[in-house]
Ligand binder design. Structure first.
Ligand code: MRU
Length: 347
């Protein structure tokens, strides 16, 4: 069971042990992943998901591939191709390729060295969450007095980040400090990461929360039911545009209109200096069946077509601040020299 501080993914000797996020909240099933094919399958079907968690999967994926290469007698070219498959398993969260890049150069010193590098990378990912939680909570408490009502989207907790969480880490830290009143959770269609995963984590942490349908999110903000919106990110462009779960953009527009702070909580590894603006972020499009079906059951007439963008892009000017483990970025681009967003912090 995942509590605050528990790891939702671990390296155990020669394999990855993690919770299968597809069957929550009904079942707490543990996965043992020993091959590249198993890892890619877990990533593609979202058994392993969330940007920092994908960073951990990328780092450990290099070790998994190297061990499989030893067992199966792969050529160096085959090993390289298998690692590339891991790196490209999902396109939007830059953390996946970041995780691979952290460990791949060490592989020339042997598998044991790569294993140490990967385990250290996973520990760094987990540690960054606490820093993000501290900084984000401190920032929000300077904006508002009293106990805060926070609106969030998707799942950004231990399940998405190995431990604690990014946006959910900020929420957990506020709760720990007695500065949290309530959390509003968007259900996060089509795969319900909000209702299935975030509500599951909040319930276990004893944090008061209410679930809302995605379509209600902007109106709930307009009704004054939240003091701040806090979300995670899958990739942050050099200019501060943010890719995150589909539905984030609508929430940002509504927060801007309602003059409510809109905070993005993410590790530095989510900032991609090679991507100048949101326009160059590759946005994953997933199967139409995820929209036409709910939990495997058709909810639209036969032959209904669907558009399934897994992420959207929120322009930098709608974001009050980006909080990382190292800094609070407000009114300036995360990568120096990029186009600065307009300062639209709510007064
Ligand atoms: O498709 P998913 O579930 O991997 O999408 C996850 C999100 O969009 C999260 O908000 C993001 O990765 C931040 S996780 C701290």
């Amino acid at each position: 069971m995942v509590h605050a501080g528990d790891a939702a993914l671990e390296w155990r000797n020669d394999h990855i042990s993690c919770i299968d996020q597809t069957v929550l909240p009904h079942e707490e099933r543990q996965l043992s992943i020993t091959t590249v094919d198993e890892l890619i399958d877990a990533i593609v079907r979202l058994a392993i998901r969330g940007a920092p968690m994908l960073g951990a999967a990328g780092a450990l994926g290099v070790v998994l591939a190297a061990l499989q290469a030893e067992r199966s007698g792969w050529s160096p070219e085959r090993l390289r191709a298998e690692i590339d498959r891991v790196r490209c398993a999902r396109p939007t969260a830059v953390n996946l390729e970041w995780g691979v890049a952290e460990v791949l150069p060490v592989l020339r010193h042997g598998v044991a060295a790569a294993e140490t590098a990967a385990v250290t990378t996973v520990a760094r990912i987990a540690a960054a969450n606490r820093e993000i939680g501290d900084r984000g909570a401190a920032y929000l408490t300077t904006l508002r007095d009293g106990r805060l009502r926070v609106h969030t989207h998707c799942n950004t907790g231990a399940l998405a980040c190995v431990e604690w969480g990014t946006a959910l880490g900020v929420i957990r830290t506020l709760h720990e400090r007695g500065r949290l009143a309530n959390v509003i959770v968007d259900e996060t269609r089509p795969l319900l990461q909000g209702s299935r995963l975030t509500c599951w984590e909040l319930a276990r942490a004893g944090i008061a929360h209410q679930l809302v349908p995605d379509g209600a999110g902007p109106f709930v903000l307009a009704q004054g039911l939240a003091d701040a919106v806090v979300v995670g990110a899958d990739r942050i462009a050099a200019n501060g545009d943010v890719a995150n779960k589909i539905g984030t953009y609508g929430l940002a527009l509504a927060a801007h209109h309602a003059r409510i702070p809109f905070l993005v909580a993410a590790p530095e590894s989510t900032i991609d200096p090679a991507t100048p603006t949101g326009a160059s972020i590759p946005v994953e499009r997933r199967s139409e069946a995820e929209v036409t079906h709910v939990a495997g059951r058709r909810v639209a007439p036969e032959n209904t077509r669907a558009v399934n963008f897994a992420f959207d892009i929120t322009p930098a000017e709608l974001i009050t601040a980006i909080v990382t483990e190292r800094r609070v970025i407000a009114g300036e681009p995360p990568v120096r020299g990029s186009t600065a967003p307009a300062d639209v912090r709510p007064g």
